[in-house]
Structures are given as structure tokens and as C-alpha cells.
Design a protein. Structure first.
Length: 328
């Protein structure tokens, strides 16, 4: 994975620009973040790596809920009959996006209840019908992530003293870790010497103190105890590591086009997407073709059988979700 700092350095190198050139680096920052947004919007943004889940809970007598800020689109949801234990019943309410159909549901006057039949997405909120009659039931949302601009330089102060294989707790020395680092990634430098890291990136789940933080996933490297390993904490994009060089390629292509070196710009465009965006080709090629082939979604939302007699959920008699189902 490339961090903000690594993206800037790699792009500057491809553009023969010094990182001390303030004007050039400001332009690189713009193209860097524009390239991340552009890549994440390919194929309408229907990319597997943009999908994520977030949890919230029902509130008794509350119909409307805010979609989390991290989601740019809500795709699907399921709601538990309780707090999310293995004994709970899991309900998958039908997603409605058409206001006319939602009006029909509202006319049914379903009232309140414990079984959610329908949910309606409206702007940055979703509504549940019947209205939940219990607080604390787990709602799991599946949505497509927003992309955020990268602006924060790498942090490398201090060393890693301790982390065990299979654990998530990390202990540092002479570090000043802050809660603002939650959501960023940490890489413990891989070396041939003892007490080095595994070189992989791990998302930071929480920061307990200046010298203690917790990972989202367990550490898979060799345990470090009483060590002094170098590390990097960086702000990374959501683009998978296999494809994030596309940000460098597109940014370099834009730079050389702006310098009127169209031949060099074309070289980077061809590597990036086969020249499609720049008008050199009608079809995707290069790295973006590989990404779209491997990461493009094949269906969206919950699968609904195409025939009504295969459906086992209760619903409004004049609402037919299977007519728009992915299997139809």
C-alpha cells in the first residue's frame, strides 16, 4: 500500500520534480487525490474494494436513521431480532428506492413491530417499516465507501518495542501516537535482522496512549519483545495495493500532458488504462482493465429470486421487488 507521502514521492520521481518544489508538489497533491477519486468512480463506483459494513442499532418508535458519513451509497442491510447473537433471527428487509412504491408501503399503515419488511433510502437517511418497537436490535449496513483526500504525512518517530504474533496490541518507545491515527495504517519495517516486522500494513483500530495502539487484525509476523523496530504510520487510499500504482500513472500522465510532452504523457496513459480516458482507445486496457476485471461487482444488493412463488417474505401485495431483481 502507498501512503500519502509515498504517493507524492513516487509521482514526483516519475515527473522529474523535486519534492522541495512547493508549486509542483501542490499540483501533484491535486492530481493525486483527483486520481484516487477517478479510479474509485470507474464502473460507476461498483467496485468490491469500496464495499464495507457498519453496525448501528434500532431505537423504539424511530422510523428514520442517518446513513453513516463514510458511506456514499447504501446497498443492502440486515436487521437482527436482538443484539446480534447467534440465536437471533436475521431479517433482510426489501430495499425501496422509488418514492411512489414507498408511498404505497406507507398507505398500508404497518404501524410498529419486530419484523422489518421494508426499508426506504432517501438522501442520507433510511427508513424502516414497520417502525421498530424495540431498542438495541443490531442493524448491519452494507454500503459503498466515500473517498477522502489524502493530506497527512507519514509518522515514523520512535520504535516498536513489543507486539506478539497473533495479537493486536502494539507497544512503542519514544512515540507520540494520537487518536487521530485511528483508521490509518502501520507497517513495521521488514529486515533481515532479528526483531524486525513482517512489512505488511495493518489498519489501526484504536490508540490507547502515546505508546500503545491496537490493530484491527492480528499481527502475522514474528513476535517482537524488547525490540527497537522501525515503523511507518501512514494515511492510505482504499485502492488495493495491486492497483494503487494507477494513481501514480494517471498523475504522471496529467503532468506530462500539461508540460506538452504528449508522447511521454501517452506512455503513462497507456500503462494506466490503455489510453481510454485520454482518448487514445475506446476500450479499457492497462492496469485499470485488470482492476475492473478482478474487482468489478457482478450484482448489487440482496439477491431476490426472479419468481414470486420462490419468495417467502411478507410484503405489500402491490409491491413486486422480484421484477427488478438481479436474477430476473
Amino acid at each position: 500500500m502507498r501512503t500519502y507521502t509515498q504517493f507524492r514521492n513516487d509521482i514526483a520521481k516519475q515527473c522529474n520534480v523535486s519534492t522541495s518544489d512547493t508549486n509542483a508538489m501542490e499540483a501533484i497533491d491535486v492530481s493525486l487525490n483527483d486520481s484516487i477519486r477517478t479510479i474509485c468512480n470507474l464502473q460507476g463506483g461498483k467496485l468490491r474494494f469500496l464495499e464495507a459494513t457498519k453496525d448501528m442499532v434500532t431505537v423504539a418508535t424511530q422510523e428514520s436513521y442517518q446513513i453513516p458519513n463514510g458511506f456514499r451509497k447504501l446497498i443492502d442491510m440486515y436487521i437482527y431480532s436482538g443484539s446480534g447473537t447467534t440465536s437471533d433471527v436475521i431479517y433482510s428487509p426489501e430495499m425501496i428506492f422509488d418514492p411512489t412504491k414507498w408511498k404505497l408501503v406507507k398507505q398500508m399503515k404497518l404501524g410498529s413491530g419486530g419484523i422489518p419488511y421494508f426499508t426506504y433510502v432517501e438522501n442520507k437517511t433510511f427508513k424502516i417499516q414497520p417502525i421498530p418497537d424495540t431498542s438495541g436490535n443490531l442493524i448491519t449496513l452494507r454500503g459503498r465507501l466515500q473517498t477522502r483526500d489524502l493530506t497527512i504525512a507519514d509518522y515514523t518517530t520512535g520504535t516498536i518495542v513489543e507486539i506478539a504474533n497473533g495479537a493486536t496490541a502494539v507497544v512503542g518507545d519514544s512515540t507520540v501516537w494520537t487518536t487521530n491515527m485511528v483508521g490509518r495504517y502501520i507497517q513495521i519495517t521488514e529486515t533481515t535482522a532479528a526483531l524486525g516486522g513482517d512489512g505488511f500494513w495493518y489498519e489501526i483500530a484504536s490508540v490507547e496512549s502515546n505508546t500503545e495502539l491496537t490493530l484491527v487484525k492480528p499481527y502475522e509476523g514474528v513476535s517482537i519483545a524488547a525490540g527497537a523496530a522501525a515503523y511507518t504510520i501512514g494515511q492510505c487510499s482504499v485502492i488495493p495495493e495491486a492497483y494503487d500504482v494507477g494513481v501514480v500513472q494517471r498523475s504522471a500522465a496529467i503532468y506530462w500532458d500539461n508540460q506538452n510532452d504528449l508522447q511521454r504523457g501517452k506512455t503513462y496513459w497507456m500503462k494506466y488504462d490503455g489510453g481510454k480516458e485520454a482518448g487514445y482507445s475506446n476500450d479499457y486496457g492497462g492496469l485499470m482493465l485488470e482492476m475492473l476485471t478482478n474487482e468489478g461487482e457482478t450484482e448489487e444488493g440482496a439477491y431476490i429470486p426472479p419468481f414470486a412463488n420462490n419468495s417467502n417474505f411478507q410484503q405489500a401485495p402491490y409491491y413486486f421487488p422480484w421484477s427488478q431483481a438481479s436474477g430476473f
